[in-house]
Design a protein around this ligand. Structure first.
Ligand code: BT5
Length: 313
């Protein structure tokens, strides 16, 4: 949203203002005030005019301007009702030089998981991709994936859903029917070894979706805790993620606190074969440490399967 429009909106949210008072306050013409008010109405903000002046009566349920309104993180939101993949669009923007843009969609028709797996993304979920240009060496980029998992877990808990993290980046809920996936994260990047050029962090959260809209192995915030306000979910995830990304020292401790993987016997499929062992820690920048029969093994990437908690051996 353009800066002046955001200021008009913030002023109207603060209380009733007459057109002239608003023009004075923001140092713009009355005609400009009128133009911004009309544009905000078109974007779905209900702005009532009583005898005294204008006042904000309601915020649209979802969409770009709705998420930008009151967002305490430095992103412009590019919203699509339907798009093939928010990650594909975010990559395009990244290659054009964009920064701090979030591509957000109600529905995706061709979204991807890791290794080009299909990702189901019907209307009602939270599907978003952040375009970032962090000052990080490429090898540290996995930290951002961990930060995204922590942010989503925290926000799911705020919504009353006991989410946990499976290494490296699945957010799950332990249900009576076993572990079910609530959120998947797909990070893509380009750069030289010493410096990332851009990173796209794609986050897919099953928000207001029913069981018949997602795979059997999945669950949603709605199923586990009831319908959520997606605008707030997006805002809170972006705010938590941004705070963690600015303080990379805080990411691993927070990840450990939410991790279901630590303390489990696991099987990790790696390019060099399967590794079985007890997951004992995660180390900078996201390496899983396993205690195996052949000693300690460190794994930087792979598919992890939880076998059972260590205590129940
Ligand atoms: C992931 O892959 O978990 C990463 C998913 C990233 C999706 C986001 S949405 C916004 C952005 N735009 C994109 O195009 N992608 C990102 P992976 O670990 O490979 O898991 C994929 C597997 O999860 C599939 O093979 C299915 O078994 C399962 N799956 C598919 N759709 C799901 C859903 N909605 N919820 C839970 N599991 C799902």
């Amino acid at each position: 949203m353009n800066d002046t429009r955001a200021r008009v909106l913030a002023a109207l949210a603060d209380g009733s203002r007459s057109g002239p008072a608003l023009a004075d306050e923001l140092g713009i013409s009355r005609a400009a005030v009128w133009k911004h008010v009309e544009a905000l109405r078109e974007a779905g903000f209900e702005i009532e005019s009583d005898g005294e002046g204008y006042v904000l009566a309601s915020v649209p349920e979802y969409g770009g301007p709705a998420v930008e309104f009151g967002l305490d993180a430095p992103y412009n939101i590019e919203y699509h009702e339907s798009i093939d993949s928010t990650n594909s669009r975010a990559r395009e923007l990244a290659k054009e030089g964009a920064e701090n843009v979030v591509v957000l969609a109600d529905e995706q028709t061709g979204s991807r998981g890791r290794l080009n797996r299909d990702w189901q993304a019907p209307a009602g979920g939270v599907w978003m991709s952040l375009v970032l240009r962090p000052e990080l060496p490429t090898s540290h980029a996995p930290l951002l994936t961990l930060a995204a998992a922590v942010a989503v877990t925290k926000v799911a808990r705020e919504a009353g859903v006991e989410a946990v993290i499976k290494w490296p980046n699945d957010v799950l809920v332990s249900t009576a029917e076993g572990e079910k996936k609530l959120c998947g994260i797909l990070t893509e990047m380009a750069g030289e070894a010493d410096r990332v050029s851009w990173v796209v962090v794609g986050i897919g959260i099953n928000a207001n979706l029913d069981a018949d809209q997602i795979p059997e192995t999945a669950t949603s915030l709605q199923i586990e805790g009831g319908e959520v306000n997606r605008r707030i979910v997006v805002q809170r995830v972006l705010e938590e993620f941004t705070e963690l990304a600015a303080d990379t020292e805080a990411i691993l401790p927070a990840w450990r606190e939410y991790a279901l993987t630590l303390g489990q016997y696991v099987r990790v499929e790696t390019p060099n074969g399967d590794v079985l062992g007890e997951a004992v820690d995660v180390e900078f920048p996201g390496t899983l440490v396993l205690k195996t029969d052949d000693g300690t093994v460190r794994i930087s990437a792979g598919e992890c399967e939880h076998l059972r908690p260590v205590q129940s051996r």
